[in-house]
Ligand binder design. Structure first.
Ligand code: SAH
Ligand code: SF4
Ligand code: F3S
Length: 451
């Protein structure tokens, strides 16, 4: 029996993939253990920005002493980072024995077992070579079948509905590491949701880089709103969310489906604006103008007045002038998002923006990022304070990171709420009254517990 430790970095897609790998290994008799007892450490890493990559590089360095003494653990680098810099990691650290990009996830469990040949009764055959699963074909995708029943969280799960992305935004590495856009079959998705619901999952988040274009590669007219409706009525799941929506492809039928099934489809939408300047949006290849973005927001807020609207914003894209940056500041003030995932532009090898000569100096990017963050923290606090006294139905699904006796859940609009409670309320739906609003979360008290 092999012991493995799994560390997941990056977005929910990596969490989903990590949960799937864990589930398959446990089904095959592997045991999950602490990192310092593991024979194999899997690092499922992210490449979206340099900072995300650096986390994995620095984690890798930590295995040197144990490797020198025990020849353990073997390290497997998986996820988006494996596709981008996995070979370099294996060249630098001898304990990196396995590298697999996200499109090869279906082959990972078998290949990991090949890392321990003697214990399988085979001979290792002298010097062991590292295993690389890095096909260059961006259309190839090997599914790993089965629902992720061994999860990071017992009540909450993710289900990827489409792999890859065809949009090639100027700054983004995702199409290079995750490959072309491919929708999963609706029946597979619905079946997976049913399996998870039977396994006790109460809330599922559907994942895709551009969920609205789900089905655009089918020829039967079945699209994202069809999937939302089917998932709401045909699977038994109690709450459904989704990320990420692309502003260019956000169509009214999606909001219609949300309004029709408001008890299950949570009114929360992440609609990444990326910039408030039309000039920069064009350079970014985003495919919409600020005016078109504004129209999408209006159609959402008209139909779903209590919607939680979040966004992603990049500052310091090559060529961004002070005037362009001011457009982004004005956009934040105009749209008053509940949350902004802000980032300083980070050049990614192979992307078109990285090759531009008009890169913005680091100190300018950081100053712009600080300004955005301080403006948004005031807006978020104002919105959150305005919710004091409101009541929401909340699934308590985790211990709060900040202290004993606190549990957390999310409002339908996806705001984190902290409540004082013992663990007995984990996995329960409760009615919560909001007692306070902070920048990043709400505080509340439990009024009553649903049966
Ligand atoms: N598919 C989603 C985003 C996926 S990547 C969309 O189209 O919006 C998640 C976020 O990371 C992006 O929204 C963007 O804000 C940020 N990001 C991506 N590449 C980046 C880069 N090179 N530098 C800084 N932030 C980046
Ligand atoms: Fe990246 Fe753009 Fe695709 Fe989002 S839509 S994953 S930002 S290329
Ligand atoms: Fe990172 Fe890959 Fe997600 S690069 S943000 S883990 S799609």
């Amino acid at each position: 029996m092999h012991r493995f430790a799994l560390k997941i970095y990056g977005c929910q897609m990596n969490v989903y993939d990590g949960d799937k790998i864990r589930t398959t290994l446990v089904d095959r008799g592997w045991k999950e253990s602490a990192e310092d007892e593991a024979d194999l450490v899997i690092l499922n890493g992210c490449s979206i920005r340099d900072k995300a990559e650096q986390k994995v590089w620095s984690d890798l360095g930590r295995f040197a002493v144990r490797w020198a003494n025990e020849r353990k653990p073997a390290v497997a680098v998986t996820g988006c980072i494996a596709q981008s810099v996995g070979r370099r990691m294996a060249a630098r650290f001898p304990w990196v024995r396995f590298v697999s990009g996200p499109r090869h996830i279906g082959a990972v469990p078998d290949a990991l077992e090949r890392l321990f040949p003697e214990e399988n009764g085979e001979k290792s055959g002298g010097k062991e070579e590292a295993i690389f699963l890095l096909d260059d074909d961006p259309r190839a995708f090997l599914e790993l079948p089965g629902a992720p029943t061994e999860r990071v969280n017992r009540w909450r799960a993710f289900v990827t509905i489409a792999h890859g992305c065809d949009n090639f935004c100027s700054y983004c590495i995702v199409p290079y590491v995750r490959g072309r856009f491919v929708s999963r079959s609706a029946e597979d998705i619905l079946e997976e949701i049913r399996t998870l619901a039977t396994d006790g999952v109460l809330e599922i988040t559907l994942l895709g880089q551009n969920v609205n274009s789900y089905g655009s590669d089918f020829s039967n007219g079945y699209g994202f709103s069809s999937l939302l409706r089917d998932a709401a009525v045909r699977t038994g799941v109690r709450l459904l969310r989704f990320v990420t929506s692309h502003p260019r492809d956000f169509t009214p039928d999606i909001v219609d489906a949300m309004a029709e099934h408001a008890d299950i489809l949570c009114p929360s939408i992440n609609l990444p604006i990326q910039s408030g300047s039309d000039r920069i949006l064009k350079m970014m290849n985003r495919g919409y103008t600020l005016e078109q973005y504004r129209a999408a927001v209006s159609s959402i807020r008209d139909r779903l007045p209590d919607v939680g609207l979040t966004t992603d914003l990049i500052v310091g894209h090559p060529g961004e002038t002070d005037e362009d940056f001011e457009c982004s500041v004005r956009a934040l003030r105009e749209f008053r998002f509940d949350l902004v995932h802000s980032a300083a532009y980070s050049p990614r090898e192979g992307t078109s923006a990285a090759a531009r000569e008009d890169q913005i100096p680091r100190d300018v990017k950081m100053a712009r990022l600080n300004e955005i963050n301080s403006i948004q923290s005031v807006i978020a606090r104002e919105i959150n304070e305005s919710l004091v006294g409101r009541r929401f139905r909340v699934l308590l699904d985790d211990a709060a990171p900040r202290g004993e006796g606190l549990l957390q859940g999310r409002t339908p609009s996806d705001k984190v709420v902290l409540v004082e409670s013992g663990e007995e309320l984990l996995g329960r739906f409760v009615s919560v009254e909001i007692t306070g609003g902070e920048n990043w979360c709400l505080n509340g008290r439990v009024l009553h517990v649903e049966n």
